[in-house]
Design a protein around this ligand. Structure first.
Ligand SMILES: Cc1cc2nc3c(=O)[nH]c(=O)nc-3n(C[C@H](O)[C@H](O)[C@H](O)COP(=O)(O)O)c2cc1C
Length: 192
């Protein structure tokens, strides 16, 4: 445990971008800080830092999932919840996010079953990743996840993120989102 009380929920904040200087990784990092401030034991996991090649069913059949998939699966299994902060690529999730979930599912296909997951996206456009947020919210229940009903889309990211801070009222929006999200994770951890 890295922060909070022994009863703090443990939450992994996954960034689905592997781009240097990623806005989504910056947003993920802000979410970690905001959740820690709300007594959630949050930790950033940049998926691009994991050593996961493109999923290959033959490799999986011959050797099983790679060590990085086993490590992430164990971390997810031990966590009370996840926040996935990921860009929109052609209206969908990034190959990095999908690939990671596919590998983890081969370690244990029940990994995401009943896992509490919240979704966020940052995009340069005006829709704040509405399409990928909607798509991901419909996809994750297929593998059993319990998706937080509210998503956080951050539009016009090149203009509203200035020197690592959110402007134009989006800092207040993020704060309100985290105020609603933290108790949802806390309810899970006290259930368990
Ligand atoms: C292959 C590709 C497809 C993209 N498709 C979309 C899209 O459908 N909608 C959108 O808002 N932005 C799209 N973008 C722009 C990304 O939102 C933008 O590059 C963003 O900065 C990526 O997030 P990051 O900074 O966290 O890496 C696309 C970018 C790439 C590389």
């Amino acid at each position: 445990m890295t922060a909070g009380t022994p009863h703090s929920p443990v939450v992994l904040v996954l960034s689905g971008s592997n781009r240097t200087g990623s806005f989504n990784t910056m947003l993920a990092s802000m979410m970690v800080d905001g959740l820690i401030a709300r007594d959630v034991d949050a930790r950033l996991v940049p998926l691009g830092h994991l050593d996961l090649a493109l999923f290959d069913a033959d490799v999986n059949e011959a050797d099983g999932p790679p060590p990085a998939a086993h490590r992430l699966q164990a971390d997810i299994a031990a966590a009370d919840g996840l926040v996935i902060v990921s860009p929109e690529y052609n209206g969908a999730m990034t190959p990095l996010l999908k690939n990671t979930v596919d590998w983890v599912s081969r370690v244990d296909m029940a990994t995401f079953f009943l896992k509490k997951v919240a979704l966020a996206a940052a995009t340069p456009g005006r829709r704040g990743g509405a399409n990928v947020l909607d798509l991901t919210a419909r996809w994750l229940p297929y593998i059993g996840a319990d998706v937080f009903p509210e998503t956080f889309g951050l539009p016009s990211i090149r203009h509203v993120m200035v020197d690592g801070e959110l402007t134009d009222g989006h800092d207040e929006r993020l704060s309100g989102f985290l105020d609603r999200l933290a108790p949802w994770f806390r309810a899970v951890s006290s259930d368990g």
